[in-house]
Design a protein around this ligand. Structure first.
Ligand code: NAP
Length: 307
């Protein structure tokens, strides 16, 4: 793979940024990778593990002379970071981000991008429940999708270059408009996370009654919920605050379906339950066939990277 950008600056050095670092290095996509994180602790760890070629003490210093700047902070922090770096961006540079919500990030960041700098939002659809600079690994994005969300007037060449970077990182690339992205993600990621958080909360209430039985006898279904519900609280708070409408819309539909299943159970309507579960099983099969998950038992837990 050939170099796509000369200097890349990563603002925020958590799971996504550190995985990007490893993947960009694996494929030689950047001439130099410069990083900045808010806390001294994270900057020190990043320096210690040699995550980037250079760690800076401010976001403004990190973006100086960068050809690509990627904002890898929680969705709610994107606007403030953009305001800080806006005045020092190199003319002709591209600013991108990896935020899990697109409409509010675009609204918060775009006003701070000066004329002559491209803003090309993106969202890699890959993650784990771990955070921080040590949690990244080069394979995180392999064969997963990265959605690029061009804004009005986005320069085609700049969009294609960001797409080239993500392909080099290992992803398949698609384009969407921001509102469609936010609705799709509310279905495939945001609402399922909320349901996992709720289920673990319910079990926690119950565990006060049954002592530690919920943990002792936790079966695969519940364990998968706890893994999802262990995800970073700041990131997920920001996702729900920023994808409010789409999440509420999907939650409304979820509640209706749940009531229908509740009624079927109460009325002993086995046919309804059987048909419903047959249909959902087919959806699982199509996800595996599309190469977006493994068909190994136990959700491939034993074959997943141990990061
Ligand atoms: P992470 O591991 O928790 O890292 C977050 C980074 O942002 C840290 O370096 C942190 O700095 C910094 N940060 C936190 N709050 C900040 C603030 N108020 N101002 C400036 N910097 C701040 O998070 P991540 O999983 O990499 O997520 C980063 C972005 O990727 C988020 O927008 C998220 O929505 C998106 N994303 C996440 C996933 C996923 O599954 N994790 C998947 C796709 C996209 P300190 O370390 O110094 O605190």
């Amino acid at each position: 793979m050939t170099q796509v950008y000369g200097r890349v600056a990563l603002i925020g050095l958590g799971l996504i940024a550190s995985s990007m670092c490893h993947a960009m290095r694996r494929a030689g996509l950047a001439g130099e990778i410069v990083g900045y994180a808010r806390s001294e602790e994270t900057r020190d760890i990043a320096g210690e593990i040699g995550l980037c070629d250079r760690i800076c003490d401010s976001a403004a210093e990190a973006v100086e002379g960068a050809d690509l700047v990627v904002l890898c902070v929680p969705v709610g922090a994107m606007g403030a970071v953009a305001a800080e770096i806006g005045p020092v961006l190199k003319p002709g540079a591209t600013v991108s981000d990896v935020g899990s919500v697109k409409r509010t990030v675009i609204d918060a960041v775009a006003p701070h991008i000066p004329a002559g700098v491209h803003f090309i939002p993106a969202h890699p659809l890959a993650g784990t429940e771990h955070s921080g600079p040590r949690s990244g690994f080069a394979e995180l994005f392999d064969n997963r999708f990265c959605i690029i969300v061009p804004v009005e007037g986005s320069d085609r060449e700049a969009v294609d270059r960001v797409a080239d970077l993500w392909r080099g990182i290992g992803s398949n690339v698609d384009e969407m408009d921001p509102d469609h992205h936010d609705l799709v993600l509310a279905v495939t990621s945001h609402t399922p996370h909320l349901i996992a958080y709720t289920m673990v909360g319910v079990a926690d209430d119950l565990s006060r009654v049954t002592d530690s039985e919920v943990i002792k006898y936790s079966a695969a279904g519940f364990r998968d919920f706890t893994r999802i519900a262990a995800s970073d609280p700041t990131m997920w708070r920001d996702v729900f605050l920023n994808n409010k409408e789409a999440t509420l819309e999907i939650l409304g539909r979820f509640t209706e379906e749940l009531f229908a299943l509740q009624r079927a159970i109460r009325q002993g309507d086995g046919d309804h339950l059987f048909d419903y579960f047959t249909h959902t099983r087919a959806i699982r099969r199509s996800i595996v066939e599309a190469g977006q998950d493994t068909d190994a038992p136990d959700f491939g837990r034993n074959t997943a990277p141990s990061k």
